[in-house]
Design a protein around this ligand. Structure first.
Ligand code: FEO
Ligand code: CA
Ligand code: CA
Ligand code: CA
Length: 518
């Protein structure tokens, strides 16, 4: 521990103040370079999608941390930039798009697999590598389930890909979050009669009418060939992320949250090794500290309402409420503390309940067993001016167990209606050191360009690089000739989401506190 403290003393832990400058501003000793941005070509036919969010890197060889595949989510599109569609011109914008515009937008969501390599401290993409590919809203994807859903065992596309994870068998996980904005949603009245609620956000339904039930799932992508499957057993809702843990007997535990006001936190425990199909989905009652099984066969309350387990999983939100799940303030990212095994869940906010700043929830499973059915939940840290952050979103532990966190106050906080957010200025990246005099403090180390959100923090295997997404700079632009941000400062002045590599003393030293005795 003393050694660790000595290293820490040599780390400049001076944070940066909140800023509303249109730039990616980093703490002293850090620098960044852009790896890939919206529109960059990755091979002869494909380009990098819009609004990159989750990032994750898997090296080809564990002994070479500098060459491998990067997975990046593309969450949603801004039509003004992607399809040159100006929604402000129309009363009912979704009725005025052309099929060509919709197709462009469908291409720009989903995800990207791209080989990246580090040479002389600089990461760059390996163009035309045979593994480079796009997954889009039109890619054919299998359902990992025995019962067809809306008559299908394969579906068209993935969308609303927010955060994600990695499996113990080294495949990518991407989560479909606000899916209802694309092909609408099916709602049920008191008599249990379904009704389709169309989405007006993008107008895709004018040309394509895929069932909403085909979206809102956890999706697994195989890096080798880009084949993908949706894991029905993990339930359907606005999945922010999915964080997996492999038990000693190779069964899998998956934590996943529903990012919507008053929705829930879930955990899947597999009954077979390496399966994301066979097992039980639980939902949390955080007051009683209980994981409640969303199991049709053993729950009379669910049998009364739903016709089978498939329907329980499709309508997981309703099922969760029936069996007594605790409503939470928008669960976002989830990470497992590599040292204590505690589970950290960001609760980003719940404005109607006057929770403007959110908090980080800590879950301690009973006896530290990830398949336990009871747990203790406490608030680890509350957002607000006292702790210097608001609206926590993504989390990442580094190699030493320091916790890194991004914020998502959504849009430009200098907008008048968002008064509680004024002091926080632009969205940021923070670190919460584990050791030393600043242990437990929330220190701002990066500030995002205007209207942007920093997402997808992911450390390279050697702990020398922090991959980070800069998502939706200039999102509030009304006139494309006068964008609210011009980051990353290309000649065309168009703001572009991009994945950057952050390097420097602070990151290397924080990660080097490592070699922790477990
Ligand atoms: Fe897409 Fe919950 O953030
Ligand atoms: Ca986002
Ligand atoms: Ca998010
Ligand atoms: Ca968010």
């Amino acid at each position: 521990p003393n050694e660790r403290l000595d290293v820490l003393k040599s780390v400049i832990l001076r944070g940066i103040p909140a800023s509303n400058k249109d730039n990616l501003i980093l703490a002293s000793g850090l620098s960044y370079h852009t790896i890939i941005k919206w529109g960059d070509t990755i091979n002869d036919t494909d380009t990098f999608g819009f609004n990159n969010d989750f990032t994750c890197f898997i090296p080809f060889d564990d002994n070479n941390p500098n060459d491998g595949l990067l997975w990046v989510n593309h969450e949603y599109v801004n039509p003004l930039f992607v399809s040159n569609f100006d929604a402000n011109k129309y009363k009912n914008p979704s009725l005025h798009k052309t099929k060509d515009q919709v197709d462009k937008e469908m291409y720009n969501v989903g995800g990207t697999i791209v080989r990246i390599k580090e040479e002389n401290g600089l990461w760059s993409i390996v163009k035309n590598d045979h593994r480079n590919r796009r997954i889009t809203a039109k890619t054919t994807i299998k359902l990992n389930w025995d019962t067809p859903i809306k008559g299908k065992s394969t579906v068209v596309g993935t969308l609303a890909n927010c955060s994600g994870g990695i499996t113990p068998w080294k495949t990518f996980i991407t989560c479909e979050e606000n899916y209802d904005g694309f092909f609408g949603e099916t709602i049920y009245n008191e008599e249990n009669i379904p009704k389709h609620i169309p989405s007006h956000a993008y107008g895709w339904e004018q040309f394509y009418n895929y069932p909403p039930e085909h979206y809102g799932w956890v999706v697994e992508v195989n890096p080798k060939d880009g084949s993908a499957q949706k894991h029905i057993a993990l339930g359907r809702f606005a999945h922010e992320c999915c964080t997996l843990y492999e038990l000693e007997d190779k069964r899998v535990v998956a934590y996943t949250g529903d990012d919507k006001n008053n929705e829930h936190l879930y955990k899947f425990v597999s009954s077979k090794p390496g399966s994301l199909k066979d097992g039980t989905l639980y939902v949390a009652n955080t007051i009683k500290g209980k994981w409640l099984p969303l199991d049709w066969a053993s729950q009379p309350l669910l049998k009364n309402k739903f016709k089978d387990q498939t329907e329980v999983l499709i309508r997981a939100r309703e099922a969760a409420k029936i069996i007594g799940a605790t409503p939470l303030n928008r669960p976002e990212d989830i990470e497992i503390d590599p040292i204590t095994g505690n589970i950290f869940v960001t609760l980003t906010n719940n404005k109607p309940k006057n929770d403007f700043h959110g908090s980080i929830l800590k879950i301690e499973e009973t006896n530290g067993a990830f398949d336990a059915l009871t747990f203790k939940a406490v608030t680890y840290k509350a957002g607000g001016e006292a702790n210097g952050f608001s609206c926590p979103d993504n989390l990442a532990f580094d190699l030493s167990g320091n916790l890194w966190m991004t914020s998502d106050m959504s849009g430009n906080v200098m907008n008048k209606k968002d008064k509680p957010y004024f002091p926080f200025k632009n969205n940021s990246l923070f670190v919460i050191p584990r050791y030393g005099k600043d242990a437990g403090k929330v220190i701002r180390v990066a500030s995002a360009p205007r209207d942007a959100e920093l997402t997808g923090p992911w450390f390279s295997p050697d702990g020398k690089t922090l991959f980070l997404s800069v998502q939706h700079p200039g999102e509030e632009t009304k006139d494309i000739k006068n964008p609210t941000s011009t980051w990353p400062f290309d000649k065309d002045n168009i703001p572009k989401s991009a994945v950057v590599a952050i390097k420097g003393n602070l990151i290397e030293k924080m990660n080097k506190l490592d070699k922790i005795e477990n």
